[in-house]
Design a protein around this ligand. Structure first.
Ligand SMILES: *[C@@H]1O[C@H](CO)[C@@H](O)[C@H](O)[C@H]1NC(C)=O
Ligand SMILES: *[C@@H]1O[C@H](CO)[C@@H](O)[C@H](O)[C@H]1NC(C)=O
Length: 225
């Protein structure tokens, strides 16, 4: 799991909760990866609009330059400041360096912009557009955040507006926040079998989202045009 400043908590923990339950049934190993071993926080740095002091710091287990020889699946979360180039630059470099060695890459929300910035060619959903429209909805100052929302999400990414998740070869992505849980179940169903995902969902009192094309939020955020 890649970490960077102002990561979205559910993009990290939504999937880890599902995988934690899978790890009770099968031997799995997890690494929380960051530039340094200092705690990484969900606290917004640039986009501190409300002046809140509300955040959750977590402690990485490995740095981006650790050997990580047995890394098979790399999960990339999104976050409110992923368009801030400097904040995510180490994560972009790490994802680009690791991709040729990976079995799978699974991003959530604006984590796809980190994958896109590596130059990888892949099909993904429009978290970038959705986030843009969310800012408008919240009346955030477009002027103040123009440098953050204006950056190109990546030269080779093909963005589609509506999907709950997309699997393109070994790169999986989903548009935002709670969808990270849905893509985790779909990913487990694809790698193991459906009853493994179904059993974890039942044990979590979770209703699985089974249709990757059913995305009512594309209409809510008006990204269909
Ligand atoms: C956000 O603003 C509040 C109030 O000014 C301040 O206490 C807090 O430290 C700021 N957070 C960051 C990350 O700058
Ligand atoms: C999960 O619960 C549903 C509803 O009772 C049931 O149909 C399904 O078989 C259960 N799945 C597993 C894997 O136990």
């Amino acid at each position: 799991m890649v970490l960077f400043p102002a990561f979205q908590a559910i993009d990290v923990f939504g999937r880890l909760v599902v995988l934690n339950i899978l790890a009770l049934q099968r031997p799995l190993h997890t690494s929380l990866l960051s530039s340094t071993l200092e705690p990484v926080s969900t606290k917004p740095t640039v986009m501190n609009v409300s002046g809140s002091n509300f955040c959750e710091p977590i402690v990485p287990t490995h740095t981006f330059d650790a050997p990580l020889e047995d890394l098979v699946v790399l999960f990339v979360p999104g976050g409110i400041e992923t368009r801030g180039e400097a904040l995510v630059a180490p994560a972009v470099e790490f994802v680009g360096k690791m991709y040729p060695r990976l079995g799978y890459l699974v991003s959530v929300c604006t984590g796809a912009t980190i994958v896109a910035k590596t130059g990888l060619l892949f099909l993904t959903v429009a978290s970038w557009v959705q986030l843009h429209s969310k800012f408008d909805h919240l009346h955030y100052s477009a002027l103040a955040y123009q440098p953050l929302i204006g950056n190109s999400p990546g030269p080779n990414a093909n963005w589609i507006p509506q999907a709950r998740w997309v699997a393109d070869g070994n790169i999986w992505s989903s548009p935002g926040v709670s969808t990270g849980i849905d893509v985790a179940y779909a990913f487990i169903a694809a790698l193991y079998w459906d009853d493994v995902a179904g059993g974890i969902a039942n044990s979590s009192d979770c209703v699985r989202w089974l249709d990757p094309n059913y995305d009512p939020f594309a209409a809510v955020w008006n990204v269909m045009k």
